[in-house]
Design a binder for this molecule. Structure first.
Ligand SMILES: [Zn+2]
Length: 245
């Protein structure tokens, strides 16, 4: 049996640029190399990083996570095995693809965000941590670059493309503080996978119009793991002013 239409099996990046028909030749030609950071390599960050490895435009994936691998990580984070317990998560990932993945084993905070995220084009949030999200927002205001918010708890998740040109964390949630964490309240693995997939779709929307913020993806996407549905809340009327105050 032959499978046709497969994209780039065994090809190098240059071949993909020339040959990929999935994204369209015009789109591939106008893309420039992109450097991304993933903050947190847990149940959302792990599948995100795996998918980013397959993206031909990625020049660097910077993974930021202070944690070491624990036994409880293994069921939802297939990056890790029993042999990795006790190692830094970032160490396991950089060992796997050192030419693409760089690791920073610190907790992202308001104090270190601009240093740790320096040079990145876009940030993925896989953090489950309000302080880290506020630090990413600070970077976004400072650089005028976008980030993709993600969150999951129990049977529900959400994802949104945030950019200081139109929408930020404060527009979405006001002064909301840290709620229950995944490890406290539990989360369905298929929900975190769906959130990571939605975040990748938003990333592709960004890649299509990197130099044109007016066409960046907008809206808050709500993933309902019980009904198996994704619902979009349109937020195109919001005009963020927080970054200029
Ligand atoms: Zn705002």
């Amino acid at each position: 049996m032959h499978v046709t239409g497969s994209c780039g099996s065994g090809q190098g990046k240059e071949d993909l640029r020339k040959g990929c028909r999935c994204a369209g030749k015009t789109l591939m030609e106008r893309m420039r190399p992109v450097r991304v950071a993933v903050v947190g390599c847990g149940a959302i960050g792990s599948p995100l990083i795996m998918q980013l490895l397959a993206e031909p435009v990625i020049q660097e994936i910077r993974v930021i996570d202070p944690d070491r691998v624990e036994l409880s990580n293994l069921p939802r984070q297939p990056w890790f095995t029993l042999a990795d317990i006790g190692k830094f998560k970032t160490e396991v990932m950089t060992d796997y693809r050192p030419e693409l993945i760089t690791g920073v084993n610190v907790a992202l905070s308001d104090r270190n965000a601009l240093d740790v995220l320096e040079g990145m084009d876009i940030i993925f949030d896989g953090s489950d941590n309000w302080e880290a999200r506020q630090a990413i927002q600070k970077w976004s205001f400072s650089t005028r670059r976008p980030w993709i918010f993600s969150s999951a708890l129990r049977l529900e998740g959400m994802s949104a493309f945030l950019a200081p040109q139109f929408l930020c964390l404060h527009c979405l949630f006001g002064s909301l503080q840290q709620g229950p964490r995944c490890y406290e309240a539990g989360v369905l693995g298929t929900v975190t996978l769906a959130v990571a997939g939605q975040a990748m779709l938003l990333f592709h929307g960004y890649l299509s119009h990197m130099q044109d913020p007016g066409h960046w993806p907008q809206g808050l996407f709500l993933i309902d793991g019980q009904l198996g549905q994704i619902r979009k809340i349109g937020l195109s009327a919001v005009r963020c002013g927080h970054g200029t105050r």
